[in-house]
Design a protein around this ligand. Structure first.
Ligand SMILES: [Zn+2]
Length: 142
């Protein structure tokens, strides 16, 4: 097992499906100033292989975006070297500010004041969202 120093204050994203760690990193931490460790293809008891991301110095992470990328992720908030909070990520029921409406005539694509908000309509893990303004279905793609 690869040895990586534990973090004192920050976040550990555990149980990321192997191969998706890089996507999470690119979406959420590419431009961060905080130290980030990305571990890929780590052996795990529950699933064959997993990716892990550790971020030192912040506890700020967008759980909605994580849920869109991979709903198997567990988020551990670390304070003073101990896990103080654990969150199981889920596919968000409503979402705002992550993607645009696919309807080119939708008001949210024409007016800068109108921010698209969406409701989950997809079933069984399908990332289909209905726009609150025009009801057009937008399927989220990574
Ligand atoms: Zn729309």
């Amino acid at each position: 097992m690869l040895e990586v120093k534990g973090i004192l204050n920050g976040i550990v994203l555990d149980h990321i499906t192997a191969g998706k760690g890089l996507t999470v990193f690119n979406k959420l931490f590419e431009n961060t100033d905080f130290p980030v460790v990305l571990l890929m293809n780590v052996s795990s008891k529950n699933i064959t292989k997993k990716d892990i991301i550790k971020i030192e110095g912040t506890t700020d992470v967008d759980l909605n975006v994580l849920g869109l990328i991979d709903s198997s992720i567990t988020v551990n908030i670390i304070k003073d070297g101990k896990v103080t909070e654990k969150h199981n990520v889920t596919i968000p029921e409503t979402i705002e500010g992550v993607f645009e409406c696919e309807n080119p005539r939708c008001i949210t694509n024409a007016d800068s004041w109108a921010h698209p908000t969406f409701k989950l309509v997809g079933k069984n893990g399908s990332l289909e969202y209905a726009c609150d303004y025009c009801e057009e279905i937008t399927k989220y793609r990574l």
